[in-house]
Design a protein around this ligand. Structure first.
Ligand code: MN
Length: 228
């Protein structure tokens, strides 16, 4: 049996310093994983289990890309995030084994149509079109954990046109990476190729046409995009 048309191109992300590509399966994102950002969004940070939303795998955008301002929004927001890339997975991962599944880490931006998200929150509707739109997941080259280890502290920053907008520290995560993976693996089976955006520190804000946003994460790398 053949396909009725050519299968879609496999989304992928470059592995830093190599000619290799990391093939993307699914993209999951953690909401409100830094207390100060939870507060700026009007939520009460606490130790409730993390909650998740998804983006399509083909929403990934390469470092250096020009991203057209998305449709149906007047309030596109940046959220700088550490992205975890999995080389294996499983269900019900134990927290002390979860990091064994990690291939590497990259800087990412969880682009958000904030106006659509606010409407969805008010109406009790899903966040999909606010979060999972085309090109909503810019991600830098992945640095293998075999080279950089598993970063649990260090600065995560995002600047727009050279002005600092977000400056946090990975150690401020409410749920560290191992905890995120353990929780998520109770909800869905994780597999090689999955990417997990681990939440953003405070200072989220709008991007407009012509803006250049740069994310830096200590020990992980950088990502830059422009909005065209
Ligand atoms: Mn986010």
């Amino acid at each position: 049996m053949g396909f009725v048309f050519l299968p879609p191109v496999q989304p992928s992300v470059p592995v830093a310093g190599t000619g290799d590509l990391f093939p993307v399966r699914r993209i999951w994102c953690v909401a409100r994983n830094y207390a100060a950002h939870a507060r700026e969004m009007g939520a009460d940070p606490n130790q409730d289990p993390p909650f998740f939303f998804a983006k399509p795998g083909d929403a990934v955008v390469m470092d250096g890309a020009a991203i057209p301002y998305p449709s149906q929004t007047n309030n596109l927001h940046h959220e700088a995030e550490l992205v975890v890339a999995l080389k294996s997975g499983g269900q019900d991962l134990a927290q002390d084994k979860a990091l064994d599944c990690v291939f590497g880490y990259a800087p990412g931006i969880d682009l958000t149509r904030r106006d659509l998200q606010e409407q969805a929150k008010k109406a009790g509707r899903p966040w999909d079109v606010a979060k999972g739109f085309d090109r909503s997941a810019p991600i830098g080259a992945i640095r293998p954990a075999s080279q950089i280890g598993h970063p649990s502290k260090g600065a995560i920053t995002l600047s727009v046109n050279g002005q600092m907008r977000q400056a946090g520290d990975l150690s401020d995560m409410i749920w560290p990476v191992a905890g995120v993976l353990a929780h998520l693996s109770r909800l869905v089976r994780l597999e090689a190729g999955d990417l997990i955006f681990t939440g953003t520190p405070e200072g989220v804000g709008p991007l407009v046409r012509g803006d250049r946003a740069v994310v830096n994460i200590d020990g992980v790398g950088s990502l830059n995009i422009t909005i065209s």
